[in-house]
Ligand binder design. Structure first.
Ligand SMILES: Nc1ncnc2c1ncn2[C@@H]1O[C@H](COP(=O)(O)OP(=O)(O)OP(=O)(O)O)[C@@H](O)[C@H]1O
Length: 780
């Protein structure tokens, strides 16, 4: 009997201990559940934060890239601005330099113009002093035939240096003629040209010049004007001089030279440069026309442009070859026409822009001859008559000019009509009067010299510079264009300045944008840091809270354990029928142990159910009772759950109770805790969570949580095998199926018992003024 009593007591103690353990297990399960839910929440939060962090990182990267590109652009703009500034500085320098140079140039130009004007004035004065119509007399040497005939010279050149020559007559009377220059037969072409050269300069200065040779047939007109190989005449030398001066004036003046060759034959003007012109061939007749006041020209005349002496000479030669020549008694190759070379010179002063258009007439007149003397007949007679007529017309014009008659008969012949510009006062004219030294030709010589003297007596007006009106208007047009260009340039500079300004403004705006973006990045970074801190703080708070709660509960338990245990023992003695209830609790415990086979999600769902249903913790105790009754065997004994059972959790475990149905070994195995990897795999950081600092913090945090979970699970593992061993010893094979049923039922009860445990916990929390779930929800 005593043994029975002892056994019963032992059994009760074991039951009490079992209950305590069950309660402890429940508590632990709840704790694990809450921790799991917290962990899952943390994991979710972490993943959300990681996602957010990734998004922010992407944004940050994009912003960084944009910032870099903006920086690059800004640098480019800065360089652009620097370049533009440099350019504007350089332009300014050039402008200043240009202004200085322009000023200097203006001064030099003025000086040069003054000098040039002075030179021209002096030169003109010199020519005017000498006379605008100048007459040079040249006497040919006696030819071989004349020498053979024993002809003697009738010209005395003693005072030729003074421009005087004396014609010795058959009679004792001598006649003295004075000319601008007298060239004796000994004087060569070069000597003659020395005094002719200034006329070439005048042509290039813009004056019309006419050089012509007049004289009896065979006196050397062609020789003087054209010359021969090795003894070039005035034509060649003048052209040579022209091109020499043109070259000399290169860069200051710009000249265009054209050459025309024509002849007046039988009172008709022929162009000797027309293609197919052959000596004596009938060519197109040309007429002299008046283009403007004092300007006469021959429309349709070929004007061959030449740029150098060779070209010019070729053209002149071409014309000369086409000239009509014939044999006369006086000259084997007598010129039967007046050969006229016209050199047109267009000049432009590059300094002051003055343009001129002048003409140089080089005329080899046909020889005057006495028809009776030459015994000309037929065609030669007609030629001679026409030559004489034109020379007579020239004489009339000269006479009219000399006597200053109001009407000058220029139009009486083609020759005078052509020479009108050169004889009417605004030209410089040089006449070579060619004479024969032969005493047999004294009559013709005297005629020629008298004519030349008359010509020399003509007072031409002051030579007028031939300003090219067309060129002047062209120059004016150019000035207008230059002004327009200048205006356009100014507008361009203005536009450039505006562009530079707008670029600078753009650059400033870009800089501002860059600064704003940098600030935004900083703001986002700080925001990210704050969020990380908050998340970490929440986790720490939760852990600290749980830890604190646990410590408090342990303290409370240790404080209440001894008296409550005694009271429980007494109460069990009074209530011997508590076994069925104990059995139910045991069932529940083992079925609870099945919760270990649940996944953490299930555990957390339990926790969530409780969290989401706070009223569950406030259910009246009667409801709990009723539900518990339904799970117990017939509800015969209803033992309310109280704190005493928890307080006895530390009572040593009783030995195996044969009366108590225990779960099978399978259940025990099933109750084994899930591998830690499975639990922690939820905590592993997502792959996208890359930033090193963050992952470190997160890693340490997850490590903390893992260690907490591991500790709590280890505790479970330690407790569970002992319980399973106890159960394994007491439960028979027949009760396996029943145990499984219990397990299933108990498994359904987990939320209930969990709810009760949680309710107790919440009650405690309420007492402390804490609400973890609420606080956690509010935080996230
Ligand atoms: N100053 C001179 N020195 C040497 N020879 C000369 C000189 N002047 C003329 N002659 C020679 O006299 C000849 C006749 O000269 P040229 O043909 O030039 O005369 P012209 O006045 O042109 O005759 P025409 O009126 O008939 O054409 C030529 O053989 C020429 O070489």
């Amino acid at each position: 009997m005593r043994e029975n009593v002892l056994k019963t007591r032992e059994c009760r103690e074991a039951q009490e201990s079992l209950r305590e353990l069950q309660m402890e297990l429940m508590r632990k399960s709840m704790h694990v559940g809450s921790l799991a839910s917290a962990v899952e929440g943390q994991v979710k939060e972490k993943s959300r934060l990681c996602q957010f962090l990734n998004v922010l990182s992407e944004k940050f990267k994009a912003l960084k890239l944009e910032h870099q590109s903006l920086r690059k652009e800004s640098l480019e703009y800065k360089n652009c601005v620097l370049d533009a500034t440099q350019m504007s500085k350089t332009i300014q320098q050039y402008v200043n330099q240009y202004a200085t140079l322009e000023h200097e140039f203006k001064e030099l130009k003025e000086k040069f113009s003054e000098e040039a004007k002075e030179r021209k004035d002096l030169y003109n004065k010199l020519i005017e002093i000498k006379g605008n119509i100048r007459v040079f007399c040249r006497c040919r040497p006696l030819n071989a035939e004349e020498i053979a005939e024993g002809a003697s010279a009738a010209i005395d050149f003693e005072s030729a240096k003074d421009g005087e020559l004396i014609v010795k007559g058959h009679v004792s009377s001598k006649k003295v003629f004075k000319f601008d220059s007298v060239f004796s037969p000994e004087e060569d072409q070069e000597k003659v040209f020395e005094k002719t050269a200034p006329f070439a300069t005048s042509v290039l200065d813009g004056f019309n010049v006419c050089i012509f040779a007049y004289g009896q047939t065979g006196t050397g007109k062609t020789f003087t004007m054209e010359g021969r190989e090795g003894a070039r005449g005035v034509n060649y030398r003048t052209l040579e001089e022209l091109f020499r001066i043109i070259k000399e004036r290169e860069g200051i003046f710009l000249y265009e030279v054209t050459v025309s060759v024509l002849e007046v034959y039988n009172e008709q003007i022929h162009d000797l440069l027309l293609t197919g012109s052959e000596p004596g061939a009938t060519t197109k007749r040309l007429e002299v026309r008046q283009a403007a006041e004092g300007v006469h020209h021959v429309p349709g005349l070929v004007e061959a442009p030449v740029t150098n002496m060779i070209e010019a000479w070729e053209v002149l030669q071409t014309g000369s070859k086409a000239r009509v020549v014939g044999s006369t008694n006086a000259n084997e190759h007598s010129s039967r026409s007046h050969c006229i070379h016209c050199v047109m010179v267009k000049g432009e002063n590059l300094i002051n822009g003055e343009c001129t258009k002048s003409k140089l007439w080089l005329i080899d007149l046909a020889g005057s001859e006495r028809v009776a003397k030459t015994d000309a007949q037929g065609e030669r007679l007609r030629e001679a008559q026409n030559i004489n007529k034109s020379l007579s017309a020239l004489g009339d014009v000269i006479s009219a000019l000399a006597t200053k008659t109001s009407h000058i008969p220029f139009r009486n012949s083609k020759l005078t009509h052509l020479l009108q510009d050169s004889l009417s006062g605004d030209s410089k004219t040089l006449m070579f009067v060619q004479i024969s030294p032969n005493e047999n030709d004294v009559g013709e010589t005297l005629c020629s010299l008298n004519f030349a003297s008359r010509v020399r007596g003509i007072e031409l007006g002051q030579a007028r510079k031939q300003v090219d009106v067309g060129e002047l208007s062209r120059y004016k047009l150019m000035v207008g264009r230059a002004k327009q260009d200048s205006k356009n340039k100014d507008a361009q500079i203005k536009t450039m300045e505006e562009t530079i300004q707008s670029l600078e403004a753009k650059n400033k705006a870009k800089d501002l944008l860059t600064v704003n973006l940098q600030e935004k990045i900083k703001e986002l970074e700080s925001q990210l840091l704050v969020e990380r801190k908050i998340a970490r703080q929440h986790v720490d708070n939760k852990i600290a809270h749980d830890h604190l709660q646990k410590q408090r509960s342990i303290k409370e338990e240790s404080y209440l354990r001894s008296p409550m245990a005694e009271r429980n023992l007494n109460s069990t003695a009074e209530k011997p029928r508590a076994a069925p209830n104990d059995f139910g609790i045991a069932k529940q415990m083992f079925s609870d142990s099945n919760t270990d086979t649940y996944s953490f999600k299930q555990l957390m769902s339990l926790g969530e159910e409780k969290e989401n249903n706070p009223d569950a913790g406030k259910l009246p105790p009667t409801t709990t009772k009723a539900r518990r009754v339904s799970l117990c065997n017939g509800g015969e004994y209803q033992q309310p759950m109280n704190q005493a059972s928890r307080r006895q959790s530390l009572i040593p475990l009783p030995r195996r109770n044969s009366l108590m149905p225990l779960p099978t070994a399978k259940l025990a195995v099933a109750a084994a805790p899930p591998p830690l990897d499975k639990i922690t795999e939820h905590l592993s950081p997502p792959p996208l969570c890359s930033p090193p600092v963050v992952s470190k913090e997160k890693g340490s945090r997850s490590k903390k949580i893992n260690s907490i979970l591991r500790r709590s699970l280890q505790k479970k593992v330690i407790i569970r095998p002992s319980m399973a061993a106890q159960a394994g010893r007491k439960v028979s094979a027949a009760t396996t199926a029943q145990g499984t049923d219990f397990g299933r039922k108990a498994a359904r009860r987990v939320p209930m018992s969990g709810g009760a445990g949680q309710r107790v916990q919440q009650h405690k929390d309420k007492e402390r003024g804490w609400n973890n779930a609420t606080s956690l929800r509010n935080n996230y």
